[in-house]
Design a protein around this ligand. Sequence first.
Ligand code: ATP
Ligand code: MG
Length: 317
Amino acid sequence: MPAPEKLLEVKDLSVHFGRGRKKFVAVHKVNFDIFKGETLGLVGESGSGKTTIGRAIVRINPTTDGQILFKGRCISGRIARELDREVTQKIQMIFQDPMASLNERAKVDYIVSEGLYNTKNYTCEEERKEKVTKALLSVGLLPEFATRFPHEFSGGQRQRIGVARSLVMNPELIIADEPISALDVSIRAQVINLMNQLKKDLGLTYLFIAHDLSVVRFISDRVAVIHLGQIVELADTEELYENPVHPYTKGLLSAIPVPNPRVERKRQIHAYDPSMHKYAENPPKWMEIAPRHFVLANEEEMEGYRQNYNHHAKDAI
Ligand SMILES: Nc1ncnc2c1ncn2[C@@H]1O[C@H](COP(=O)(O)OP(=O)(O)OP(=O)(O)O)[C@@H](O)[C@H]1O
Ligand SMILES: [Mg+2]
């Protein structure tokens, strides 16, 4: 089997806001790859730095340190105008709140076309309209909706408009930033199914951001867990759910409600205590505990993780 192609590489990415004493470290030395055709889930609680990473990839947030590579080329920091244009087209972001992210005063036609206008990615008006029609149809909306305003649509339809405005650019990588969190529970599955179908049909790759582990389990090939601006664990999805190593991941997993009252009563909530980590003298590193399973730990912690891991793996056999 040929090695999977790395579409995106994030290397030691740090993003700081402010300067001097007001400096705030939103993302600290984050590393991960996204392989072509996969869905990588990025999970962490509010304020952990998920959106900041997404915005750094699409070049909205400047990076303080580290590098981001798209198809092997560096796309962070100062880059050539031609490459910037390519990134603007090929990497699209879908935002969390479809109510807030769509321009209320613009018609759907304009909203979906915005990226095309910005990159002048069409030769004539007719071609632009064709692209809009195709994008609307691909997300299950009627082409005649183009003349309407966002407030005329339901939350689920508005998120479809959000998906259409990214698809119209013919992207390769989509960063979906909590695309279903603001939606009614009843329509979440529809949007997830739509995104999965589009991924298959169009050969897309996703970075799927969410704040709880229950959503990403069913759509991600691999999952990265982020805590206070650092990725603490990353593994293939089933491996992460079966053999979580980092206490923060365990804490997140124990917070997933289990729809079985007997299990539910026995469930213990693990709270992650950052003070357990005495990192001053013995700083953590990004280490591989099992094939493709990475955890952020110092040597002392890693020793404990390894023992538990082997114990657990033996139980499973
Ligand atoms: N432009 C900015 N200026 C200053 N601080 C910022 C800026 N953008 C984000 N932050 C801070 O960086 C931290 C990470 O924010 P971010 O939006 O990436 O979190 P998140 O994981 O996406 O959270 P949520 O789940 O709530 O969307 C937060 O503490 C936030 O207040
Ligand atoms: Mg966010």
